[in-house]
Each structure stands twice: as C-alpha cells, then as structure tokens.
Design a protein around this ligand. Structure first.
Ligand SMILES: Nc1ncnc2c1ncn2[C@@H]1O[C@H](COP(=O)(O)OP(=O)(O)OP(=O)(O)O)[C@@H](O)[C@H]1O
Length: 698
C-alpha cells in the first residue's frame, strides 16, 4: 500500500491509485478515469447503464457495488493516516458518499456486513468458516417473496403477512413470536361503543354490524305473527265485530303470513321452497329466506310494516263499537215549543276496554321481539305506539263508560285510560331496558368475534413467519418434517442418499480482493460485494429449473450446493437417469454461476473467477445442533467434491472420473486432466467439463 500513483484527470477528478496487489483492479479503474477518455465515459460506465435499464431491482446492487468498486475505480487512497479521501467530487454517485472535505461517508446498503446471502443468509466474517441457512423451497414462493431475494428480510415489511400485524423489523417478528398480549386483555367489552346509542365509534364496524345477515329474523317474524293472532283472537272474542275489523285484520294476517313464508323459505326447512325460481335472487342467495336474512333493508321494511299493521289493528275498532242514538228533546219557551234532537253515542261492549289495553301490550311486545332491529328504532316505534294508543284511549267514550261502570269498585279512583297508559309506559320502559341490554350484548359479541378473527389471523401470520424462518434455515422438506412430524424429538434427523451430486464453487481471487483497510471500512465494502455475488447466486436457485438444487451453505467465498436431496423422490426415476440428471443440473448451475459472475465482473470492473469442484455418490444428510440448527451433508462424496474444488483451476469445472463418465453419458464433453494428487485419496484421474467460453477465460 505504500506505492501510490497520483493523477488529475481532464474532468478534474483526482486519481490516486494504489500500485499493489490490486494492480489489475486499479488498472481497469485507472483506464476509466484516464485523461484520454472523454468526460461522459468516465462515470458511470455504460455497462452499468444497461444493467440498470435491464432490471430495476438491480439498481441497489449496482449502487452497492459502486461502493466497493469505487474503492479503486474512483481511486480512493489512504493518505498518511486513517483519513480517507474521495477524489470524485464532481461525479459522486451519492452525495453522502463524497463530502466536500473529501471524506468518504458511504451509507451501509446491507442490513449488516456480516449477513451474506438472501435465500440463506449467513452470519459470519468474510473469512472462511461461516454457518449458513438454507433457502426455502420454490413452492413457498410467497414466503420467498416476503423474504426477498436481494437481501435477507428485504421485503418483509411489504408482505401481506407482515402488513397483517405491522411488522417493520426483525425485532418485531420476535416480539410477535412471543406475544405478550392475550385475548383476556380485551377486558373492556364496551370499548369502541357509543354510550347512549351503543353505536360503534368506527363507522366501518357499524356498517359491518348492520349488514350482518340475521339468520334469526324468521323467528322474530313468526313471533310477531303469533302475537298478532293472539291479539286478533282477543279482539274477536271481546269487541264488537264490524266490517272494519275484518278489513284490517284480514290484510294484516295475509301480510304477516307472507312475511313468515318469505323469511322461512331459506332452504333449511325444506317444505316451503320447491316452487321458487332461482332467477329471483342475487348475490348467491337462492332462497327468499336467505335474501331476507342477508339484506338489512328488507328486514327493516318488514319489521316496520309488521309493527304498523299490528299497532293499527290493536286500536282500529276502538271507535266502531258504538251506536249513535237520537233522543228528541222538546224545549218550551214562552211563545213556542221546539223539538230538538240530542245525539248520544253509546258504546257497545263496554267490558271490552281491557282488550284494547291487552292489544297495546301485544303491540309493544311485537316490537320488542325483533331483537336485532336496533333499540333506538324500536324505542321510536314504541313511543309512537304509546302516544297514539294512549291518546285514543283517553278520548275514547268506551274507556269513559268503562270507568263509569267501574266506579263502584274500590280501586277505580283514577280514570281507566291514564291507568292503562301508565301500564303501557312501564311496559315500554321495561322492554326498552331489555332491548338495550340485548343490543349491548349483541354488539359486544360482534366486537369479540371481530377481535377473535384478528387474533386468528395473527396466529396464522405467526405460523407463516415460523414457516418462513424455518424454511430459510432448513430445506423445505426438512422444515416440513420439523413442523409436522410426530416422530420422537430425541431422534436425530437424518437422510441417507445413495447418489447425490455435490458442488463446491469458490472464488479463489476473492481473497486477493478482500482487504481490511480504512478505505473499505475494514473489509466492509469487500464483504458487501461478496454479499451481492452470493445474493445473485441465490436468485438463481429460485428458477424452477434449479428447484432440485439445495444450497447447503457458503464457506467464505465458497458456495456449496447439492442436488438430488429429495427424500422419497429417489425411487421415482430410473437410477441412471436420476444420476445423470442430478450431476448435469449442477453443471448447468455452475455454468449459470459463471455467467452471473462474469456479468458482475463487467459491472464492477473485477476479475473474479469461479473454480468449481463436483462429485457424486452417497452422502448422509442431517440436522445438527439445537440452537441455530444446521442442515448439512457428510461423506466421502462431499470430501472429494471439496478436493475437486481446491485442486481445480479457475474458470473450470473439475470432476472425478466417475462423475465425468456420468456427464459424458449425459452428453457433456469432458477433457481428461490426467492424474491429480488429492489429499487423503492419493492420485486420481480427474477431468474438466467443457463449458462455453464464459468471460473469455483468464
Ligand atoms: N459438510 C461439509 N461442509 C464443508 N466442507 C466439507 C464438508 N465435509 C467435508 N468438507 C471439506 O472437505 C475437505 C476434505 O475433507 P477430509 O475430511 O477428507 O479432509 P481433512 O483432512 O479433514 O480436511 P483438511 O485437510 O482440508 O483440513 C475438507 O477441506 C473439508 O473442509
């Protein structure tokens, strides 16, 4: 780091480059900022533009890469001490990154420099030896969406699941995973209800409450009809039977019977429905009873009509039970005598006065039986009934006559009409108190149901989050095992496979790139780039084509994966075909990784190369550990695959002889490398798989 190369470009950028082991990086950067280049070509580079245009989501990566790349590209250097200088004051990509005083202040793009990978984020350092979490299955797309392929937990706040409970951070997930609140906390039932009207303070809740279907409405109508029949029975037995009584009672009875028929034809009784056409109903309600139960306006109309009819019938005959008699009166004065007629109204059936009182009582009762009609509306109807009926009673001759007739008895000191009125007022008050209590219970019940639903949704969300977390720690089938298995918890979870393929893909020259200096914030910027690379590798796993591949872990800059880890699926396909497929898919994946890395190289002006080691054979898989459990695979196949990587060449896929044979059967071309010394195995004949010339090689 002692050799510095300093220069000022045409655009005014000060270029100070370190001439050290990062010479290759710097040379490309230096080219970019060289005075010979026109200003517009300097920054950002064209490939960045095209990259950003191609895929909006990659902007983050590009920005993040800039941080790491700009270490060299923008020719940062440590000058005599800890202070870091940025030289690209004109073209700083982020105002915060290049301050006027030259100090580099790059805001962290990742959650933490120590989390690498999105699908299986890992904790650790940039040096080898990091634990890992594995990706969720492709079936769990929605959870993966929530998890975010760019960064661990990237989209968690945007997910529907998260919105349900308002998760904004991982800490909140934990908080929700250990809920402090129980349903018993809802101690105040009336919370959210108005004191007088008992209406919900929340308008939407009020609307929902009113629009609730009322399956009990048919019983209310039946009760009202029964009360009317009782009223009719009393009146027909006791009062004078005039035409008007039949004219009122007949249509009322018919109307109430129609209401009963309509409300009871809901498909449950099975006796009143057969001949009703389905075309009459909408909103999936095929029966009139269902329509009535569902539509609050229809129910309200039926209620009001029923009450008006019953209330009218209760008093309609009050002024019919009279005979009008003319009494001739002869008046004599001094000159002549005048014959005048004195008209007298004589009520008939004077004893029937209490029947009207009973009818009023039944009317009030018929209002009260509509339990869900709303106690305010019921109160209004009761008051109207009271006012009309009491007014009629006080003005009716029948009640006066009844009073006169009753005068001889002891308790008839007060007129009968006010007494009847008082009884009715008391009854109405009593019914109103009951109505209010019923409505209060019904509304709090609604609130409880609402809260219960919310709690259930929360539980579902918790389950979802548990699943997300578990599936990001373990492969989907293993997570499923732990979520659903009834097997003994003490038993070690393991799977034996006769033939799976294992691949180690490492970036050997990452070690050269990694540097813990102040320029890159003690390695943070290097780690950031590694994270971007691993995240891009992870994204590949989401492709359906690679759904059979399981990420095992990352070890430093080495990406370890395996294919064929699907318990129960082994027997489904013929052994050879399966073997070819599991090995070939890893080769495909390795080629895809190389392509991605090459693209990253172009965008970040790096020269990373992938070195791949591949082997296939039997392995044992299992989950070890209780805290931070880890799914891993062990066996000779894994050791050999690792050795194939460590003894391989950059940009090549190095395989054993057996694996090469399988690949050649699958149509791949393999070139023999010759005898290779493999530690612990001796000298083996190994092969390189021929791949398309990605990135032009070294
Ligand atoms: N499950 C695994 N995850 C990661 N690496 C593994 C795993 N199993 C084996 N390896 C690697 O395979 C390589 C070969 O393992 P082996 O047991 O044959 O050799 P070793 O002598 O223990 O390892 P080394 O000599 O490299 O320290 C080792 O480098 C080891 O780290």
């Amino acid at each position: 780091m002692s050799n510095l190369k300093l220069g000022i470009s045409e655009n005014g950028r000060l270029s100070v480059c370190t001439v050290d082991r990062k010479a290759s990086i710097v040379s490309s950067i230096y080219q970019d900022v060289s005075p010979t280049k026109p200003k517009e070509n300097i920054s950002p580079c064209p490939s960045q533009h095209s990259f950003v245009d191609q895929e909006g989501s990659k902007v983050t990566r590009v920005e993040s890469m800039r941080n790491a790349i700009d270490l060299g590209r923008r020719a940062s250097v440590k000058v005599d001490g800890p202070k870091t200088v940025a030289f690209d004051n004109n073209n700083a990509t982020n105002p915060g990154e290049a301050l006027g005083n030259g100090a580099v202040v790059s805001k962290p793009k990742s959650r933490s420099g120590s989390i690498i990978g999105a699908i299986s984020p890992i904790m650790g350092t940039a040096t080898p030896g990091v634990p890992t979490r594995s990706r969720p299955s492709s079936k769990m797309t929605k959870y993966v969406e929530c998890w975010g392929a760019d960064k661990p937990f990237a989209n968690i706040t945007d997910s529907t699941l998260a919105k349900n409970i308002g998760i904004s951070s991982l800490a909140m997930i934990e908080q929700h995973l250990l809920p402090q609140r129980t349903c018993c906390d809802f101690s105040n039932n009336s919370e959210g209800l108005g004191r007088i009207t008992l209406g919900f303070k929340n308008r939407e809740q009020e609307r929902q409450y009113r629009n609730q279907p009322d399956g009990q409405f048919k019983y209310y109508v039946a009760c009202a009809a029964t009360l009317f029949l009782l009223l009719a029975f009393i009146q027909l037995l006791t009062v004078h039977k005039s035409v008007i009584i039949y004219a009122a009672f007949g249509p009322t009875l018919i109307t109430l019977l129609v209401f009963v028929y309509l409300s009871w034809s809901d498909g449950r009784s099975g006796i009143l429905l057969s001949d009703i056409s389905d075309d009459l109903y909408v909103d999936n309600c095929s029966k009139p009873g269902q329509v009535v139960a569902k539509n609050c306006y229809i129910r309200l109309t039926m209620f009001v009509i029923s009450v008006i009819l019953i209330s009218t019938c209760a008093v309609i005959n009050l002024f019919q039970a009279y005979i009008i008699q003319d009494f001739p009166i002869e008046r004599k004065n001094s000159n002549s005598s005048l014959n005048e007629t004195f008209i007298t109204i004589i009520p008939l059936f004077v004893d029937s006065a209490p029947s009207y009182l009973y009818s009023s009582v039944l009317t009030l009762a018929s209002i009260s039986v509509f339990l869900r009609a709303g106690f305010v509306l019921k109160l209004v109807l009761m008051l109207l009934t009271l006012i009309i009926h009491i007014t009629l009673f006080t003005s009716a001759e029948l009640f006066i006559q009844y009073q006169n007739q009753d005068i001889v008895t002891e308790d008839s000191m007060y007129p009968y009409a006010p007494k009847a009125g008082l009884v009715l007022v008391f009854l109405a008050a009593l019914l109103h108190i009951l109505d209010r209590q019923i409505e209060f219970t019904s509304r709090t019940d609604f609130l409880w149901k609402h809260k219960l639903k919310f709690e259930q949704e929360e539980v579902e969300t918790m389950r979802g989050i548990n699943k997300i977390l578990l599936e990001n720690i373990l492969p989907a089938h293993v997570a499923q095992h732990f979520l659903t298995s009834v097997a003994s918890k003490d038993e070690l979870y393991h799977e034996r496979y006769s033939s799976i393929a294992v691949m180690f893909a490492s970036i050997p020259n990452y070690k050269e790139f990694y540097d813990e200096t102040d320029v890159n914030k003690q390695g943070l910027e290097c780690l950031r780039l590694l994270n971007e690379i691993i995240c891009d590798f992870d994204k590949l796993l989401l492709k359906p084509k690679f759904s059979g591949i399981e990420k095992i872990k990352t070890i430093g800059s080495t990406y370890m994966i395996a294919s064929g880890l699907r318990p129960g699926k082994e027997e489904q396909i013929d052994g050879n075909t399966k073997e070819e497929h599991t090995v070939a898919i890893l080769v495909e994946f390795a080629i895809a990784l190389m392509t991605i890395l090459d693209q990253i190289n172009r965008e970040s002006f790096q020269r990373f190369k992938l070195r791949v080691g591949l082997s296939h054979g039997p392995v044992i898989a299992g989950v070890v550990g209780a805290q931070k459990p880890q799914y891993d695979i062990w066996g000779n196949t894994v050791n050999v695959a690792s050795r194939m990587d460590s003894t391989g060449l950059m940009g090549r896929i190095h395989v054993t002889e057996d694996t090469a044979k399988v690949l050649m059967n699958a149509g791949y071309t393999c070139e023999c490398r010759g005898p290779t010394f493999v530690k612990g195995k001796g000298t083996l004949i190994t092969y390189f798989v021929k791949t398309p010339n990605i990135g032009g090689g070294l």
